[in-house]
Design a protein around this ligand. Structure first.
Ligand code: DGL
Length: 281
């Protein structure tokens, strides 16, 4: 299917519902575009998986979305972007533009920091990949990156429910080393984290600038669509649809908090099983 057709949607994927924080910004900034979102809830979380698994999952999800037709692909998952963006780009960019997270937040953090000490909270897979260290070094060569890996925070947020003592303890634990390092800017290196932004801001203090990917991604999507000449007429009203690899009803319920917009029907799609014992230690 041709990807240069402006009537096609922008495709977005994540390991679960976290990427809906990115989709939210895209829907607000680009209400005239159509979007197709795929959440790999059956294989969530991605945060402790190996780079090889993440690359395999990303390729499979991109294949499902491209098969249905898309004019641009957004990898709205930091773990997948960190492990597989260069590979996905080299495989797909002749066919379709591919936009990922990591670089936009690094650019924002480089512009925001005053003392050159930047914190990062992300999944173990993202921290281990070194993708943020590399991107920040390019954006602000003199800046120091202080990275904290949390395996628990994204699953706690995705599970829903109230922000309870477990979430608070997890946020406190993640912020402690960053406060000790006196960072003045913190990158939310996981698309789930904007949901606990107030808790993080309270813990870090109001002088710390928090950056996340949503708005920067929406701006990049707009620029790439324009550069490819496939942007839609601004006077039309766009639509958005959802696919989930896990239970559609669970996706709908969990997703509404992240999207802050109505989620209609969710279609189930099958993917290869994650397989036992395939997670990274
Ligand atoms: N949204 C994913 C990310 O940005 C969540 C993490 C996970 O699946 O563990 O990395």
């Amino acid at each position: 299917m041709s990807t240069s057709d402006r009537s096609l949607p922008v495709a977005v994927f994540d390991s679960g519902v976290g990427g809906l924080t990115v989709l939210h910004e895209c829907l607000v900034s680009l209400p005239h575009e159509d979007f197709l979102y795929l959440g790999d809830t059956a294989r969530f979380p991605y945060g402790d998986r190996t780079p090889a698994q993440l690359a395999e999952f990303a390729r499979e999800l991109a294949g499902i979305l491209l098969e249905r037709g898309a004019k641009l692909l957004v990898v709205a998952c930091n773990s997948a972007t960190s492990a597989a963006l260069p590979e996905l780009r080299s495989e797909l960019e002749r066919e379709i533009p591919v936009v990922g997270v990591v670089r936009p937040e690094s650019r924002l953090a480089a512009a925001a920091t005053r003392n050159g000490r930047v914190g990062l909270i992300a999944t173990p897979a993202t921290v281990k990949s070194g993708a943020y260290a590399e991107a920040l070094a390019e954006e602000a060569p003199a800046a120091e990156l202080h990275a904290v890996a949390s395996a628990e925070l994204a699953p706690l947020i995705q599970a829903g429910g109230e922000v309870d003592h477990r979430t608070l303890a997890c946020v406190e634990g993640a912020c402690r080393p960053l406060k000790r390092a006196q960072v003045d800017t913190v990158i939310l290196g996981c698309t789930h984290y904007p949901l606990v932004r107030p808790v993080l801001q309270r813990e870090l203090g109001r002088r710390v600038t928090i950056v996340s990917s949503g708005e920067a991604i929406a701006a990049e999507v707009e620029a790439r669509l324009r550069a490819s000449g496939v942007e839609n007429d601004e006077h039309r009203r766009g639509e958005y649809r959802f696919l989930a690899t896990g239970d559609p009803e669970q996706f709908r319920r969990a997703g509404t908090r992240f999207l802050q917009l109505p989620i209609g029907s969710v279609e189930h799609v099958e993917v290869a099983a994650a397989g036992p014992g395939r997670k990274a230690a």
